[in-house]
Design a protein around this ligand. Structure first.
Ligand code: NAD
Length: 250
């Protein structure tokens, strides 16, 4: 099949909230065609050879098996599944030696702009500003903090040259004393049907800068993931993120 033909997609996690949004969105794209919808209990292995790209939005522990199968069958992978452990991320890195993989904690263009702005603001404002992240999601979300909040925390830690493991502070309770300067506060709110809100707060003395992104529909993630699926098909093996897809690096 030539690169000009519609990209044949398998949606993995097809019955989920994101899976359904992806199928609806792909139906409106002339360059993409969903050839199989796979969910729990179905066999990805049985249909994978029909696809040009596998798009996965499932559960963290499912990702290593999908990545290994894609690597073994030479199929590019786009995954937006969050909550991955270090070992699960390592499985993606290993599979990306054989096939191109895009993994992103958030596929929206607005959030990827927020990532860029967050890095810039941290660099401009410098160490006198305290760093806090607040996220809110719907009551059914299974992991916390969100993958996007974790990405924002990584960006802030990198900008300051800190180890995230040593400086991340998940919530506060009790008589905890004064806030250390070397800390990144991360706070996860849950409730209702909130699709995804993220705020990065730079709190200085006498002023405060807040960068906020609010997603109002899953369509934004689905559109970004499909854009990544069309892009990844043309790439050499490697592990990419949405900043690569949007050309925001470098
Ligand atoms: P969901 O619970 O609605 O859907 C998950 C689907 O995966 C379900 O249909 C479930 O049956 C299926 N599934 C579970 N195990 C499976 C398996 N072994 N094989 C095949 N399918 C399996 O969840 P959701 O809201 O669609 O979110 C899915 C993931 O995507 C979560 O990790 C979420 O945080 C993440 N997410 C990422 C982005 C992004 O932009 N990166 C955006 C929204 C959600």
């Amino acid at each position: 099949m030539s690169a000009d033909s519609p990209t044949r997609l398998i949606i993995h996690g097809a019955k989920g909230r994101m899976g359904r949004a992806l199928i609806a969105c792909a139906g409106r794209l002339p360059d993409a065609r969903v050839v199989a919808e796979v969910d729990q209990g179905d066999s990805l292995e049985a249909v994978i050879d029909q696809a040009d790209v596998v798009v996965d939005f499932t559960l963290h522990h499912v990702v290593p098996g999908v990545a290994r199968l894609c690597a073994a069958r030479g199929k590019p992978l786009v995954s937006g599944t969050t909550g991955l452990s270090e070992e699960e991320r390592a499985a993606l890195t290993e599979a990306a030696r054989a096939v191109p993989i895009v993994w992103a904690s958030n596929f929206s263009t607005g959030v990827n702009t927020l990532f860029w702005l967050t890095r810039k603001a941290a660099e401009i404002l410098g160490p006198a500003f305290d760093l806090e992240i607040v996220e809110m999601h719907h009551r059914l979300k299974k992991d916390a903090p969100s993958g996007t909040a974790a990405s924002l925390a990584r960006i802030l830690a990198e900008a300051r040259g800190w180890s995230l493991a040593e400086t991340a502070r998940h919530g506060r309770e009790g008589v905890i004393g004064e806030r250390p300067a070397r800390e990144i506060g991360i706070h996860a709110l849950r409730g209702g049907d909130v699709v995804g809100d993220h705020t990065v707060i730079f709190a200085g003395v006498g002023e405060r800068l807040e960068l906020t992104h609010r997603a109002s529909s899953r369509e934004t993630f689905a559109q970004g993931a499909l854009r990544a699926a069309l892009w990844v098909r043309q790439q050499p093996p490697g592990l990419y993120d949405m900043q690569d897809v949007l050309g925001l690096k470098g």
